[in-house]
Design a protein around this ligand. Structure first.
Ligand SMILES: Nc1ncnc2c1ncn2[C@@H]1O[C@H](COP(=O)(O)OP(=O)(O)OP(=O)(O)O)[C@@H](O)[C@H]1O
Ligand SMILES: [Mg+2]
Length: 324
């Protein structure tokens, strides 16, 4: 249900040098420098848990525990005891005193995941603990002082829930002292090659493989795919591709069909049936589209200079699509 993690041997690192990621790193640094409550929102697999661990790791509380609990996994009755603990005999089965997550996280960070799943009653209790900085265990009287930094994550935006009266406005503002939104991977495709390199070196170690690269056509598909499961899905696709890869490269054949079928632009995918020159043009266009025609990024991904890129854009008559 929850876990206590004091192991800093594998430091949490967010890979990516897009402008969005640079901005995110600054926010994470700001969050780490103070004790304010942080609300991290974003689709599944965008790195919310990783960001929470990074904030803890960079903060003055890094030598304290990082304790996490998923609110969706707590039933209403178990919630109080899980978060705030209980006294011996407070309910059937409460054989001894039990420290809740708040107490376990003492001097460290408490990370509450899927905060949107908290019931109204639990929201009221949480607000109270945050404001008073004390809690009472279930079935107890004594007030226990709390000393935790709180980080919460939401899989969907909380504002609409606040509007519909499903999430307390006062709690929302208390939690969102600093709000961080993790962008979906499809909105920062320029990070994909770097993430792939990161996962390849990690899984080379884990799988005992010696993969050096991803073939161009496979890379084009990986950049063009929509990634509904975000970085987690990319990690799994790379791991799976590496497991089946026969030699030192991951080929299109090593990618799952979902990636192939959902790739935005199928031109590069069918490039095998066109001339090499046409395939080159299609590939360049695909990379440009993936990075919103930011030529610096496209040139970096393609491994050519900007001047060469400009020449190729001219030769292949590539034009930037009209955008709002
Ligand atoms: N920027 C990144 N750099 C490196 N690895 C990343 C990055 N973002 C996410 N990951 C990895 O992707 C996987 C999913 O990330 P994480 O669990 O933090 O996502 P999440 O937003 O918390 O997902 P969920 O909503 O399902 O809880 C993890 O293995 C994580 O280490
Ligand atoms: Mg998570």
């Amino acid at each position: 249900m929850g876990q206590v993690n004091n192991d800093h041997s594998d430091a949490p690192v967010l890979v990516g040098s897009s402008t969005t990621m640079a901005e995110l790193s600054r926010l994470i640094q700001t969050a780490a420098e103070s004790d304010i409550t942080v609300l991290i929102s974003g689709e599944s697999g965008t790195g919310k848990t990783l960001a929470a661990r990074r904030i803890h790791f960079l903060s003055g509380r890094c030598n304290g525990p990082f304790v996490q609990t998923n609110c969706a996994s707590l039933t209403e009755t178990l919630l109080d005891s899980e978060l705030f603990g209980h006294e011996q005999g407070s309910f059937t089965g409460a054989h001894r005193q039990h420290a809740g997550r708040f107490e376990l996280a003492n001097t460290g960070t408490l990370f509450l995941d899927e905060i949107e799943e908290l019931s109204r009653r639990a929201q009221a209790k949480l607000l109270n603990v945050i404001e008073e900085r004390t809690l009472t265990r279930v079935g107890g009287e004594a007030e226990v002082r709390t000393n935790v930094r709180l980080i919460v994550a939401a899989n969907r935006p909380l504002q609409p829930l606040v509007k519909d009266n499903k999430f307390r406005r006062d709690l929302f503002f208390r939690l969102a002292e600093l709000a961080i939104t993790m962008p979906p991977l499809r909105e920062r495709r320029e990070d994909i090659p770097e993430l792939i390199r990161h996962f390849i070196s990690r899984f080379n170690r884990e799988l005992g493989k010696n993969i050096h690269r991803v073939a161009d056509a496979a890379m084009a598909q990986l950049i063009g795919y929509n990634w509904p499961g975000n970085v987690r899905e990319l990690r799994n696709v790379i791991k799976g591709g590496m497991a089946t890869a026969a030699h030192d490269a991951v080929w299109i054949e090593d990618l799952p069909l979902t990636v192939e079928m959902n790739t935005q632009d199928s031109r590069a995918a069918s490039a095998g049936l066109s001339t090499l020159e046409a395939a080159k043009g299609a590939h360049i266009e695909k990379v440009l589209l993936a990075v919103n025609w930011k030529k610096v990024d496209a040139a970096r991904i393609l491994g050519i200079t900007r001047a060469t890129l400009n020449r190729k854009i001219g030769r292949h008559k590539l034009v930037k699509p009209g955008r709002k």
